[in-house]
Design a protein around this ligand. Structure first.
Ligand SMILES: NC(=O)c1ccc[n+]([C@@H]2O[C@H](COP(=O)([O-])OP(=O)(O)OC[C@H]3O[C@@H](n4cnc5c(N)ncnc54)[C@H](O)[C@@H]3O)[C@@H](O)[C@H]2O)c1
Length: 214
C-alpha cells in the first residue's frame, strides 16, 4: 500500500500562496507554467516549489520536462489538499469600518471563495455594499445561506451569542477579527487575525535578529 507522506506546516502555509498565484495565472489564460515562473510571482524558490508539489496527490502534478506543470491540475490538487473550492460560500458578520474594508477588498475571486452575504444589526447598513447583500442579523436563521461553513467575524458586541448562533447553523470555521474572547465546541476552528499581535510578533523577531547580530 502506498504510504501517505505527512505534509509539513511550512509547505501547507505555502499552498494557498501558490493557489492564489495560479488562479490568477489561469484566469489570464496560462495553461501551463514552469516552477521558475511561479517563483517569480510568489518569491518562493523554484526548488522549494518543486519539492512542495511532490506532496500533492495527483500524478499529473509531477510536471513534464520542457512543458512544466499543468495549471488546472495543480489548482485542483492544491484545492483538494486545502479542502477549498472556488465557490466556497463565506458570510461576513459586521459591516462597520473593518467589515466594509473586507467587502471592498475585491480579491476574493480566484482565491478563497465568495462572500455571499453579510449581516449587521444596524438598520441603516442593511441593503447592499460593494455588490454584496447586507441582511439584518435578526434574520440570520431564516436567511442563512445553505452549505455555508465559513464566517468572518467583524462585529464589536455580543460576540459569543453570535458565535453560538453560527455554530448552531453549521459553521465550522471562523475568521476572527474581534478582540473578544469566545468559546466554540470541538470541531469548529477559529483563526484569529490581529494587526496588533502581528506587530508585536514582528518586533520580537526584529529584536531577536538584532541580538543575533550583536
Ligand atoms: N483584528 C484586527 O486587527 C482589528 C482591527 C480593527 C478592528 N478590529 C475589531 O473588529 C471589530 C469591528 O471593528 P470596526 O472598527 O469595524 O467597528 P465598527 O463599530 O465600525 O463596526 C462594527 C459593526 O458591527 C455591527 N455589530 C456590532 N455588534 C453586532 C452584533 N452582535 N450583531 C450584528 N452586528 C453587530 C455594528 O452595527 C457595526 O456595523 C471590533 O471588534 C474591533 O475591535 C480588529
Amino acid at each position: 500500500m502506498e504510504k501517505k507522506q505527512k505534509i509539513s506546516r511550512a509547505t501547507m502555509a505555502r499552498f494557498p500562496i501558490y493557489l492564489k498565484a495560479l488562479r490568477t495565472m489561469g484566469q489570464a489564460g496560462k495553461e501551463s507554467f514552469l516552477s521558475s515562473e511561479l517563483s517569480e510571482v510568489t518569491h518562493i524558490q523554484d526548488t522549494t516549489i518543486r519539492r512542495d508539489f511532490g506532496f500533492l496527490p495527483q500524478k499529473e502534478t509531477l510536471g513534464k520536462r520542457g512543458y512544466g506543470y499543468d495549471t488546472t491540475h495543480i489548482i485542483d490538487a492544491l484545492s483538494e489538499v486545502l479542502g477549498l473550492g472556488l465557490d466556497e460560500p463565506i458570510i461576513l458578520l459586521g459591516v462597520g469600518n473593518l467589515g466594509s474594508a473586507i467587502l471592498k477588498y475585491n480579491r476574493w475571486k480566484y482565491t478563497v471563495g465568495k462572500i455571499v452575504c453579510a449581516y449587521d444589526r444596524d438598520k441603516n447598513i442593511i441593503g447592499e455594499r460593494f455588490g454584496v447583500e447586507i441582511r439584518n442579523i435578526e434574520d440570520l436563521e431564516s436567511s442563512f445561506p445553505k452549505e455555508c461553513k465559513i464566517a468572518i467575524l467583524a462585529i464589536s458586541e455580543d460576540v459569543q451569542s453570535v458565535v453560538d448562533r453560527l455554530v448552531k447553523l453549521g459553521v465550522k470555521g471562523i475568521v476572527d477579527f474581534t478582540h473578544s474572547h469566545f468559546t466554540v465546541p470541538e470541531g469548529v476552528e477559529v483563526q484569529n487575525v490581529d494587526v496588533v499581535v502581528a506587530i508585536q510578533e514582528l518586533e520580537l523577531k526584529m529584536k531577536a535578529k538584532a541580538n543575533e547580530e550583536e
